[in-house]
Design a protein around this ligand. Sequence first.
Ligand code: GDP
Ligand code: MN
Length: 397
Amino acid sequence: MNLHEYQGKEILNSFGVRIQRGIVATTADEAVAAAKKLTEETGTGWHVIKAQVHAGGRGKGGGVKLAKNLDEVKEIAGQIIGMDLVTPQTSAEGKRVHQVLVAEDVYYPGESETSEFYVSVLLNRATGRNMIMYSTEGGMDIETVAEETPHLIFTEEIDPATGLLPFQARKIAFNLGLSGKAFKEMTKFIAALYTAYVQSDSSLFEINPVLKTSDDLIMAVDAKVTIDDNALYRRKQYAEMRDLREENAIEVEANALGLNYVDLDGNVGCMVNGAGLAMATMDLIKMSGGEPANFLDVGGTADAKRVEEAFRIILKDPNVKAILINIFGGIVRCDRVAQGVVDAYKNMGDAINVPIIVRLQGTNADIAKKLIDNSGLDVQSAVAFKEAADKVKAVLS
Ligand code: GDP
Ligand code: MN
């Protein structure tokens, strides 16, 4: 589950990680009130107004702007709230901004120069260990750094038995070229960040930039936090942070029904039981010249009600031109699924306006095929995987 920047920063702050402070606002007037409050609390004269959407690169898209007085706070917040923010990470339509974070300006001039770093904590799946990835090239898009100057990205793996060791935090601060107070600050920052990552059951922390201020404080200016979905049951306070407006509407609805659904760009809807078979089915569709419109694992109980729910979800996608149902009857008998398809079809009437190809294999597959073939409905049955693919190809062309 992804969080907004302001939520990620709240979590960091609760574990003692220094952050650029801010207050979230949903209207221009709230933004002005937030700015006044921040000035009282921090003494800041300038404020940054930051669009809160689940996408990076907001700065480049005009979603992060500096305001030098309260009039500018009001004007900029008014512009950003309600806009469809387009960044390198969004679609061409962009993402609607519902709220902004009004934050203290932390790039103030002082004794030393400010500098920006990149720090992330994530799981290295190859070794099964958490690692800290970091770079002197902060503020830039890390994919570009990885492509153009890979030697400027460092990693530090953490042994789960010992956790992060003090020498590792010092090594990171050293490799980032810090000394004196900033060095000490960075070691504290890294240690607190790692503790926050582990204790919040996160699967990704990406802090870009981590800022060294002109008075040598180290703080998180941005925060991309992903909480492991499997841990949400025991992290209720984070589960409550979910913002469904940021997620794909069809996926949200499907997940509420207990369907494992992922929206894709293609034209062939898939209804499959089992994640592995669903993946194989998507390959099959591609091989037959189509493009899968979705990944959908209906799970173990493919009865009429379930099949109907799945139909309705698949048909919400206007790109769907055909539906391929590929069910393996192991515990669930094929004839029950076939009856489910026929019942759902009859129930839904005109709502089903695309051809359907059904492949049922496994227990009672022969009875199931007869049920489909004799139903009198516009449903084609297939026995072999290849046959199903050919039938999909035929209806698409
Ligand atoms: P992103 O573009 O979505 O990654 O958003 P960030 O939170 O990383 O902000 C983008 C950029 O805005 C940063 O890299 C900074 O250069 C700039 N920025 C953020 N906070 C401040 C601030 O307090 N003062 C100034 N002058 N610039 C800031
Ligand atoms: Mn950033």
